[in-house]
Every structure is written in structure tokens, then in C-alpha cells.
Design a protein around this ligand. Structure first.
Ligand code: NAP
Ligand code: GLV
Length: 306
């Protein structure tokens, strides 16, 4: 069996060395390549997949995203419906996401940017801070862990997901109770996947349902957010600010108003980055499962889209 790796982000070498686990693994190719790909059974992708790749893989049996998100794969028309798609679920990815969001929440709560400005002015002032209620949209692998961490750190926590969840210390709402979830939040964190239902979900109507002064953290995908609606709500002083890690277009174009908006913090899609060393454990486990004819771990449900 051959493997094909398609990634514009990582040096394929790191992955290729780590994947050579079995005498049943033949060649490991990196896209783009002119070589014969007719023996490729596993395709690992971070993103997007070039048009026409799948046509060159007549024996393809499995596709894995090299990240937690699969939006670049579930909507790709060249991928046949019967090919399972898996994604990365990895303890380091999960911990990194919680740490990033906790950093954002705590910086906001403790007014860190104001403290920094005061330092520039050599101004000594002990700024007051209050207890916050944080709402997490998406209680999956990342959002569920984040909600628990926030609760352990002493925050009041609410969570929102498609189906009802039970998480100790977290007031959980299902998709029929969005307004109740939004109504008392100081901070709204988005950790939903992109699906036809969630694209554009962070729009004026939804964000306006949060209490005045709410702070937004978007770490899921840029196309959850309607950028102009956020700008409007910031200008109207309904939202107090936003920490954004993901964008419609990445890198964020230099002329985009988010770069210079005084109430917006921008980071370059770094909230939680797959580490090949760590993610290879799962890929190798799934590779062995493929070889043994066993069910693959962390498969995407193509019907619901994540
Ligand atoms: P996941 O385990 O699939 O969890 C998704 C959660 O969203 C589930 O709780 C699901 O509800 C909920 N959900 C889906 N559709 C919904 C809807 N229409 N209404 C309400 N809730 C809905 O995903 P994950 O691993 O936590 O990852 C979440 C996303 O984070 C990824 O898709 C990716 O886009 C993003 N991400 C970003 C970075 C970064 O560096 N910025 C890194 C990694 C991942 P149910 O549980 O009821 O199904
Ligand atoms: C990163 O955005 C991921 O989906 O892993």
C-alpha cells in the first residue's frame, strides 16, 4: 500500500519518516508529484486538496485531515461518498486550544491590554475586574474540554451544542435553546465546525442577542463570522471587543479592517496547531487498522458534516 500526503503547510519529511511503520507500507508520496499513484490507499490532507488528485488514486480507501477540522474535505466533490474521512483528535491539540482560549478570556477579564498601555505611560493603577460567564458554542472534543477547564478555573460556564450534553459545572443548552444560552454571557467562544447550518452563524442577529458588552472569541473558522456584522456591533458598542484567530481569507489581507481595529485582536490561526510528532500516533493507529480491516478511529459523519 502507498500513501499520499498533500499539505502546503508542513514539510512532508516529518510525516513521511514517522509513517514508515510496516512492511506493508510501500512508497509515501508528497503532492505534487508525477509518479504513479495507482497503489495509494491512504491520503492525508491539509488543505485544500488540488483538483483531480482523487482521480489518480483508483485504490483509495481512506482520507485523513491533518487537523481537527474537515470542512476542506466534506465539501470536496471529487471525494467519493464511500471513502471514510477521519480527523485528528489529539490530546495536545485539545490542550493547546483550551490554553489559547483561557489566555484570551483571562487577558480580557484582567484587562491586560489596558495594563500594558498604563505601563507605557508609567501609570500605576490597580484595575478592577469581575467574575465572568463564558459561553462555549460547540461542546465537542475541543469545546467540551475547554468548558471543563473554564469551570475548573472558576468561571461560570454555559455550553451550546446540537444535542444535549451533561458536563459537570456547565449549564448545557441544545440547539433549540440558543437564545437562552446567549442571553447572559460576558464572553462568547465559537468552537463549532463549519457545516451548512453553522456557516455565517455569527451574524448580527445572533451576536445582538448577547448582553451589551459581550466579548467574542472566534477560534473555529472564519466563515462562521459575518465580518461586517461584527464591525457594526463593535461600532455600536454592543460588543466590547473580539479575539479572532481564523478568517475568511488566510492570511488575512493587509487591507482588512480587523488588522487595525482598536477593539480587535488578530492572531494568525495559531490557537491550536497539529504537531506531526503527536498526531502521527493516531495516523499510525489508523493505518494499522486499515491494514487489519478494522474500523478507523475518529471518522466524520458525512450526513451531519463533521
Ligand atoms: P467536534 O468534536 O466535531 O465538535 C463539534 C461540536 O459542535 C459538537 O459539540 C456538535 O454538537 C456541535 N455542533 C455542530 N453543529 C452544530 C449546530 N448546528 N448547532 C449547535 N452545535 C453544533 O469538533 P472539535 O474537534 O471540537 O473542533 C471544532 C472546530 O474547531 C473544528 O471544526 C475546527 O474548525 C476548529 N479548530 C480550530 C483550530 C484553530 O487553531 N483555530 C484548531 C483546531 C480546530 P454535538 O456534540 O451535539 O454533535
Ligand atoms: C485547525 O484549524 C484544525 O482544524 O485543526
Amino acid at each position: 500500500m502507498d500513501i499520499l500526503l498533500s499539505t502546503s503547510v508542513w514539510d512532508p519529511k516529518e510525516w513521511i519518516e514517522g509513517l514508515d511503520i510496516s512492511d506493508q507500507v510501500g512508497e509515501i508520496h508528497a503532492w505534487p508529484t508525477d509518479k504513479d499513484l495507482s497503489n495509494v490507499e491512504a491520503l492525508f490532507v491539509w488543505k485544500p486538496l488540488a483538483e483531480g488528485v482523487v482521480k489518480r488514486l483508483p485504490k483509495l480507501k481512506w482520507i485523513s485531515s491533518l487537523g481537527a477540522g474537515v470542512d476542506h474535505l466534506v465539501t470536496d466533490p471529487q471525494i467519493p461518498k464511500n471513502i471514510p474521512i477521519t480527523r485528528i483528535v489529539d490530546p495536545n491539540l485539545t490542550a493547546d486550544m483550551a490554553n489559547y482560549v483561557m489566555m484570551g478570556v483571562i487577558m480580557y477579564q484582567r484587562r491586560f491590554l489596558e495594563l500594558q498601555e498604563n505601563q507605557q505611560k508609567k501609570h500605576w493603577e490597580r484595575l478592577a475586574y469581575k467574575k465572568l460567564k463564558v459561553g462555549v458554542m460547540g461542546l465537542g472534543v475541543l469545546g467540551g474540554h475547554l468548558a471543563k477547564q473554564l469551570y475548573s478555573a472558576g468561571f461560570e460556564v454555559a455550553g451550546y451544542s446540537r444535542t444535549q450534553k451533561q458536563i459537570e459545572g456547565v449549564t448545557c443548552y441544545d440547539e433549540n435553546h440558543l437564545n437562552a444560552f446567549l442571553s447572559e454571557l460576558d464572553v462568547l467562544v465559537n468552537l463549532l465546525p463549519i457545516t451548512p447550518k453553522t456557516v455565517g452563524m455569527l451574524n448580527y442577529d445572533l451576536l445582538r442577542k448577547t448582553p451589551k458588552g459581550c466579548y467574542l472569541i472566534n477560534v473555529a473558522r472564519g466563515n462562521h463570522l459575518v465580518d461586517n456584522d461584527l464591525l457594526k456591533l463593535l461600532d455600536e458598542n454592543h460588543l466590547s471587543g473580539a479575539l479572532l484567530d481564523v478568517f475568511h481569507q488566510e492570511p488575512l489581507p493587509r487591507e482588512h479592517p480587523f488588522w487595525t481595529h482598536e477593539k480587535v485582536m488578530v492572531t494568525p490561526h495559531v490557537a491550536s496547531v497539529t504537531s506531526p510528532e503527536s498526531a502521527l500516533n493516531l495516523l499510525k493507529e489508523n493505518l494499522q487498522r486499515l491494514i487489519d480491516g478494522k474500523e478507523l478511529l475518529h471518522q466524520v459523519d458525512k450526513e451531519i458534516g463533521y
